[in-house]
Design a protein around this ligand. Structure first.
Ligand SMILES: [Fe+2]
Ligand SMILES: [Fe+2]
Length: 168
């Protein structure tokens, strides 16, 4: 892909992906305010932005999506860096500024990312082709386990009911 186009496709992907989440938050707000039609409008446009994000991602598939061994390796590196560098930096800034809620969210995300890294690392060194088993994802902090859902989340303490299964 040509340089400018690639840059623009990347920018469009990021913009559409952000719009998806922002519009879902707007929809939630409209629903809380009792405006169901506007809530549905935001959800509908959010869905459309998701379609655009996917389309942009597909345009650069050959650049971003490699074979699975490479994707596992790069995902592991990303988790390692985010949990060892970015989130600790974010936490420090939030603490310095007395932003307790952000510091707390960053610290739980950092912990969850550490577990993500471990799961990738294990997947890299083990052949997992034979037994396919489900993962459980904490809907509060993003902790992931390949075991059954724990009674309480080891990162954030959320109860078992807060876990969502990602099953075959
Ligand atoms: Fe992660
Ligand atoms: Fe959690």
């Amino acid at each position: 892909m040509q340089e400018k186009t690639e840059k623009n496709v990347r920018a469009a992907f990021v913009g559409e992906a952000k719009a998806y989440f922002r519009l879902l938050a707007f929809a939630e707000k409209a629903r809380e305010e009792g405006n169901l039609q506007i809530s549905l409008l935001f959800r509908a446009i959010a869905e459309a932005e998701r379609v655009h994000a996917t389309r942009n991602l597909n345009l650069m598939k050959d650049i971003i999506v490699k074979d699975t061994d490479t994707n596992l390796e790069s995902s592991f590196e990303r988790e390692k860096s985010i949990s060892e560098v970015e989130y600790p930096d974010f936490m420090k800034d939030a603490e310095d500024e007395g932003e307790k809620a952000a510091a707390f969210a960053f610290s739980q995300a950092r912990d969850a990312e550490t577990f993500h890294a471990k799961l990738y690392e294990r997947a890299i060194y083990q052949s997992m082709k034979e037994d396919v088993k489900a993962y459980q994802v904490c809907q509060v902090c993003g902790y992931v386990t390949d075991k059954k859902a724990p009674k309480t989340c080891p990162v954030c303490g959320a109860p078992e009911e807060k876990f969502k299964a990602i099953a075959p």
